[in-house]
Design a protein around this ligand. Sequence first.
Ligand code: SF4
Length: 75
Amino acid sequence: MRAVPLWRVVVDRDRCMGSGVCVALAASLFVLDDERSRPRAEHVAPDETVLDAADCCPARAVTVTENGRVIGPRD
Ligand code: SF4
């Protein structure tokens, strides 16, 4: 059986403005820490919610990659 590749989630904390949108959308994936978001885990199982969070970030601070290829935010 082939393993499902994990997605890598990165928050650019210099860009993040602490809006909390990602946390509101996906509290299991993001947490506010010192008024900036960070992913609870760097690698996550594929989950549409993390792409939604990347899409909705007003600062475009959330990047999701799969095997090094950027898959979120979706343009
Ligand atoms: S949605 Fe974007 S700007 Fe808002 S807390 Fe999350 S990463 Fe930061």
